[in-house]
Ligand binder design. Structure first.
Ligand code: ZN
Ligand code: ZN
Length: 310
């Protein structure tokens, strides 16, 4: 079968590879790209196996054994480690990562599979993976009505959509005008810089953005750090704001299986309009060029159809 294999930083090749082997084989109908893919492609990532490695973590398709339509979650937690036992599977110490959505077929543990609600297209179902992470980020926040989001990429916009649906006043800070327009279409206020919010989400994934998010929080505020920075990155924190203003910093990583099901339900019910973020459908062969394209302009996720050729 054809698969996009990552051979090293910025070296993604589409090749014929042996059929995958594992518990359940899923024919991939759609795999979406995200900021994490760009980071993985550019810098490598802690969850990638040794090069050359399979690639792609937002995918949906059809089980070859039962014909059921499923989302393939990108991870399965161990169920035994202290975070798993504490009900926090997203920070499992020994997860099994399920990567390789940019391929005609993928092998996955049965526990990674989530049934797709009837009628939801595969491209939309694949987006339940990042939407589940957005739901998790929201759950890590507070009930404050006044929310600032730093970053109007797909993750920032998904968090905005979820909070707006819950009746919160959302301000999105983003330097690209097209993304500001998308945020406004969702019902957010769009600005170029945040200023004093009770709850702030960082959805950029750069150390300077983490610092900016912290400076955008009101005294007593909560900052949820959603964007993963390049490996080894560190930030310098203003001790005054943390101490005298009692700012609270919370990490938000990944999602739980129940959050994946909740995301699928939110997409199927129309609570979140997945079409706002769907970019063009491309082939596996077009994927390396798409990842290398500049990130400016409209926030969108490429939809890879691995069955299409050319
Ligand atoms: Zn993703
Ligand atoms: Zn675990």
């Amino acid at each position: 079968m054809r698969a996009a294999i990552l051979f090293g930083p910025e070296d993604l090749r589409v090749q014929q590879v042996p059929e995958p082997e594992g518990e359940v084989i899923v024919t991939v109908e759609a795999a979406t790209t995200c900021g994490t893919d760009v980071k993985m492609w550019r810098h490598g990532h802690r969850v990638l196996g040794p090069y050359p490695c399979p690639f792609g973590h937002e995918m949906a398709g059809v089980r070859t054994d039962t014909g059921e339509r499923v989302l393939v979650s990108d991870s399965v937690s161990c169920g035994r480690c202290p975070p798993c036992r504490a009900g926090r599977p997203q920070i499992c110490r020994d997860p099994t990562w399920v990567l390789g959505g940019f391929a005609e077929r993928i092998a996955a543990p049965a526990r990674a599979l989530h049934p797709i609600p009837g009628g939801l297209p595969a491209a939309a179902a694949a987006m339940a993976e990042p939407l589940a992470a957005a739901l998790h980020a929201v759950a890590r926040g507070t009930d404050d009505a006044d929310v600032g989001i730093l970053g109007g990429g797909p993750m920032g916009l998904m968090i905005a959509a979820l909070l707006i649906a819950r009746g919160r006043a959302v301000t999105v800070a983003e330097r690209h005008p097209e993304r500001r327009r998308q945020a406004e279409q969702l019902g957010a206020r769009a600005v170029t810089a945040l200023d004093g919010h009770a709850l702030v989400f960082e959805a950029v994934g750069r150390p300077e953005a983490w610092t900016a998010a912290l400076r955008a929080a009101r005294p007593g505020g909560v900052v949820v750090l959603v964007g993963g920075c390049p490996p080894g990155a560190e930030v310098t924190l203003p001790t005054g704001a943390l101490h005298y203003d009692e700012l609270e910093l919370r990490g938000a990583f990944h999602h739980s299986p129940s959050e994946v099901d909740a995301a699928l339900a939110a997409l199927a019910s129309g609570e979140v309009d997945w079409r706002v973020l769907a970019g063009e459908t491309i082939t596996l062969e077009q994927l390396p060029g798409a990842l290398a394209a500049p990130a400016g302009g409209r926030a969108r996720k490429w939809v890879v159809d691995p069955q299409a050729t050319g």
